[in-house]
Design a protein around this ligand. Structure first.
Ligand SMILES: *[C@@H]1O[C@H](CO)[C@@H](O)[C@H](O)[C@H]1NC(C)=O
Ligand SMILES: [Cu+2]
Length: 248
């Protein structure tokens, strides 16, 4: 009796833990073959050292205009613990999430030039450009195959390439999942990491490729404040934000 009550309490505790750890974020990266650990959410930033900026919970940002949209909450520099990964333009970057629970919604990857040191940059004032995106792959909005399903099938990972013509310098890379499985309530999950891009490229995006985050999204965007369950048979999905810049 005592033992079974203990096990019952343990089972409840474990199920509550798994509820806490639902949702998620980018836990680590493989950048051109080297593994980099991310910031440890739910832990104090004191003493942490990572290429990632601070982010504190697995919970989503639900307001598309939230100040946390650029690099999650609170997005702060780790100060003396803040690292950057040196990587050649054209290299591939794989981001690894915890076991990602949602299969409806797009995957987006952005970068932003820091015009100098990223460690001292305010991420909300940078000009962000999108280097990769994938939304609805096949089927219709409520039952089709989405990029987040592909991410889950790839072990909760996503691989993308830095445009090979990108001019060298310090940049952020920002991975974002926009989960839209809850009617009319988008969930944004962005995490940022710092890069020092090397190479002989000279290209930089300009004009309509550059956006502020927050700033690029609003609830009335067709792909943001959306109820997919009210749209059976609809086979197109408009990913929010700017067009992808490929560097060409
Ligand atoms: C599908 O395309 C139509 C026509 O361009 C557009 O008005 C609509 O917003 C799109 N639907 C979604 C969910 O993006
Ligand atoms: Cu969730």
């Amino acid at each position: 009796m005592f033992i079974s009550a203990t096990f019952a309490a343990l089972a409840i505790a474990l199920s509550q833990m798994s509820q806490v750890s639902a949702h998620g974020g980018v836990l680590s990266y493989n950048i051109a073959g080297t593994t980099y650990q991310g910031f440890k959410a739910y832990n104090t930033p004191t003493g942490q050292s990572s290429i990632q900026r601070e982010w504190d919970t697995y919970n989503p940002i639900t307001d598309p205009t939230s100040g946390s949209l650029s690099c999650n909450s609170n997005g702060a520099s780790l100060g003396s613990g803040q690292l950057s990964a040196t990587v050649a333009a054209g290299s591939s970057i794989t981001a690894y999430w915890n076991t990602w629970p949602h299969s409806i919604g797009p995957v987006m990857v952005y970068m932003a030039s820091c015009g100098g040191s990223c460690t001292s940059a305010n991420t909300a004032s940078l000009n962000w450009f999108k280097i990769d995106q994938k939304g609805l792959i096949s089927g219709d909005l409520p039952t089709g195959q989405w990029a987040q399903g592909e991410l889950i099938a790839d072990g909760s990972s996503w691989t993308t390439s830095i445009p090979s013509s990108l001019a060298p310098g310090e940049y952020f890379i920002r991975h974002e999942l926009l989960a839209i499985h809850t009617s009319n309530q988008p969930q944004f999950y962005p995490e940022c990491a710092q890069l020092k891009v090397t190479g002989s490229g000279t290209a930089q995006p300009s004009g309509s490729y550059l956006v502020k985050l927050p700033g690029a999204y609003k609830m009335s965007d067709p792909g943001v404040g959306i109820d997919v369950y009210s749209m059976p048979g609809v086979t197109n999905y408009t990913i929010p934000g700017p067009a992808v810049w490929t560097g060409n």
